[in-house]
Design a protein around this ligand. Sequence first.
Ligand code: FAD
Ligand code: NAD
Length: 467
Amino acid sequence: MAEFDYDVLVIGAGPGGYVAAIRAAQLGLKTACVESRGTLGGTCLNVGCIPSKALLHGSELFEEAHDGTLAKFGVKTGKVEIDVSALQGEKAAAVKGLTGGIEFLFKKNKVEWLKGTGSFKDAHTVEVEGKSYTARNVVIATGSSVTPLPGVEVDNDKGVIVDSTGALALPAVPKKMVVIGGGVIGLELGSVWRRLGADVTVVEFLDKLLPGMDGDVRKEAAKIFKKQGMDLKLGTKVTGATVKGKKATLTLEPAAGGDSETLEADCVLVAIGRRPNTDGLNLAAAGLDTNQRGQIETDHDFRTKVDGVWAVGDVIPGPMLAHKAEDEGIAVAENIAGLVGIVNHAVIPSVVYTTPEFAGVGMTEEAAKDAGHDVKIGKFPMMANSRAKTNGEPDGFVKVIADAKDDRVLGVWIIASVAGTMIAQAAQAMEFGALSEDIAYTCHAHPTHSEALKEAAMSVRGKPIHI
Ligand code: FAD
Ligand code: NAD
């Protein structure tokens, strides 16, 4: 009889867990994955990346039809209306197709799905629905969930104060929406409902939107979202909320202290961050604990301090991003199999999928200077890029941050309609240790938005052509 039931048992089937399980099975390891949700794919596929992008796409199409963009290009439409239930149906179909796809991949790769909630009995034993399973290696990939805001109680069923999951499922366009938190979720989902007709106010504690992004990008973001009609209350905190029937009243205060004010809304979206999921895992039984931020610490290979227990994704330190979790999932499986699995955490792109998109990879200018780099900056406006201009997408710029001494690219920041696509090139260049000169002398197809990256790289040495 085998010493363990499995070579690898993964807890959680989000992008970190399901990818780890599939790669482990591909490498010939007997693998199971525990998932408590009714469908595979985790936050990302069920209530995160995918449903939000379906709503973003649908609402973009509506806005283009509605705001005259289509008409400008000669596309005649009749009266344009939004059918929220059809939009929600399309979103549900995307989620169903993709989560079902992971189930298919599990079957194809012979990954066993253990349905239920997993908790440790010891470092090599996990209990699921009253049954114990043993594994030589256990990978914790339990992800994250919404950070609650004291005094502002979320009730997604009522639909007045909601979190991201509730905001993805609204049955109708709210008249007045207040978003608490000017981060990624607030701006993406705030954009969806603004485009569909809601009057949106974003309340952000800090004096700028999008924490973690480059300072210039954050400044520009405020201008762009204001221009689009969002009301921004920066440097402001929400201290409480009351709900009466279908209306919420929020109390706001300047972050620095001062007089409070109230704000009414039909819908309030709480989007102030996410926290790691470790409740119910019984970590102590495995000899594990969490750090001050509730995360499970690992080494560079995703080993926890307990032999045979590994962790990846949102539950460990680092940006809470699906592609970071996926890459860690592949790396952890390869490390378990005795191969060398590596994730370069210095080169993880991040993208905000609004219009325009905001994307970045590597260091911000502020971080590069703080780290002691003497920097040279190259910037190129999208207004001077022929394709963006032709498409009527003048907002944004590309900013290349290079080390002044050796010209190595330290970071790239982009605001452009397709910044999320453009940033892949910057990430790859940085992964290969590119100099700004390497990007500047790479031939870019014309006319593409990507030429703006080439010109920004040329600007590092002061020689762009089109400005
Ligand atoms: P998760 O995806 O959270 O998966 C963890 C899984 O573990 C869950 O299914 C959970 O049910 C299960 N689980 C937890 N505990 C247990 C247990 N004890 N037993 C069994 N199962 C358990 N990231 C991007 O990169 N791009 C985006 O566009 C993007 N959009 C987002 C939009 C929204 C609205 C949200 C909320 C998030 C978004 N993210 C996006 C973040 C992304 O979803 C996460 O970074 C990613 O899902 C993390 O993957 P994970 O595998 O670590 O965890
Ligand atoms: P976030 O950290 O991006 O933004 C939260 C914002 O809320 C911050 O700007 C913070 O200053 C503000 N805030 C905190 N407390 C506040 C208060 N009391 N009042 C007002 N403002 C307050 O978090 P998020 O938007 O909730 O997203 C959570 C995670 O999900 C992020 O880490 C992100 O990486 C991930 N995500 C990624 C994508 C993407 O990649 N496109 C999309 C959605 C979510």
